[in-house]
Design a protein around this ligand. Sequence first.
Ligand SMILES: Cc1cc2nc3c(=O)[nH]c(=O)nc-3n(C[C@H](O)[C@H](O)[C@H](O)COP(=O)(O)OP(=O)(O)OC[C@H]3O[C@@H](n4cnc5c(N)ncnc54)[C@H](O)[C@@H]3O)c2cc1C
Length: 277
Amino acid sequence: MERLVFVDDAEELASVLASGGGRPIHVLGNGSNLLIPDAGLRGTVVKLGGTFRESRILSEEAGTVRLHVGAGLLNAVLLARVAKLGLAGLGPLAGVPGTVGGAVAMNAGTALGEVADVLESIEGIGPGGTCTLARAELPMSYREGGLPDRFIVTAAVFRLTRAGFEEEQARTAAHLARRKATQPLDLPSCGSVFRNPVGDHAGRLIEAVGLKGHREGGAAISERHANFIVNVGGATAANVMACIRLAFDRVRAETAVSLVPEVHVLGEWPRTEWPLS
Ligand SMILES: Cc1cc2nc3c(=O)[nH]c(=O)nc-3n(C[C@H](O)[C@H](O)[C@H](O)COP(=O)(O)OP(=O)(O)OC[C@H]3O[C@@H](n4cnc5c(N)ncnc54)[C@H](O)[C@@H]3O)c2cc1C
């Protein structure tokens, strides 16, 4: 990449964006759902730190706690903080490796729910400057945050509750145990590669066309869950892309289903590989 910049506050972020010189600007969360070409990216990559990792209670009324959270905070740290406060609502982020900004951008979630369920508003900066957007203004859907084009989320406000905390902790623990048993969490991956088609599972389709365990260099379609491509040693981004392409082509040829990628692919790729079509 040409330029990687860590920004600590809104002022620094605005100044980095102003100095981009018309080159592409990418925002990196924790990189847990990204595929970047081996040759890197053109332009500037921004990573939020400093004050973007803070959280504070804005108000508490009638059992609802409004929590303001910086977009650079890791989900795992946020979950530890809300557990200490005894707040329920963010259980769907348990086990999702990433930042709050990435979780909003992807409307991350699990079988327990999704970010959209507890999001009140977001703050951020886009081509028109800084603004606050209410949840109702975001066309959020399954793994889709509905952010305006080139919008960087700097903070989110969540509506959490004191009621239901114990129950959510128990549901979350059971859910994490299920994930551990069914997903290849012991090896690096870029998360679920494809969205689940309505009424089906991407992993089931990839397994049905015989690709479980298929290898391209250091990348393999996981034996444990075929919607994960794992790095079994020295995988390049090109190896991962070759697995994605093969899974997409073979599932379409044999089942007529065109899988939709969940992983975000940035940068320039040979037209024969990306975009999938
Ligand atoms: C083992 C594993 C398990 C996973 N399980 C789940 C799961 O159960 N559910 C689920 O939903 N996801 C899952 N994921 C995928 C991933 O963790 C989530 O999508 C996560 O929300 C991505 O967050 P991130 O901070 O890593 O974002 P990145 O991967 O860094 O970025 C993802 C996208 O969000 C954008 N983005 C990041 N931060 C911001 C910001 N501040 N403003 C605007 N755009 C931003 C990026 O530009 C990029 O387009 C899993 C991944 C792995 C590796």
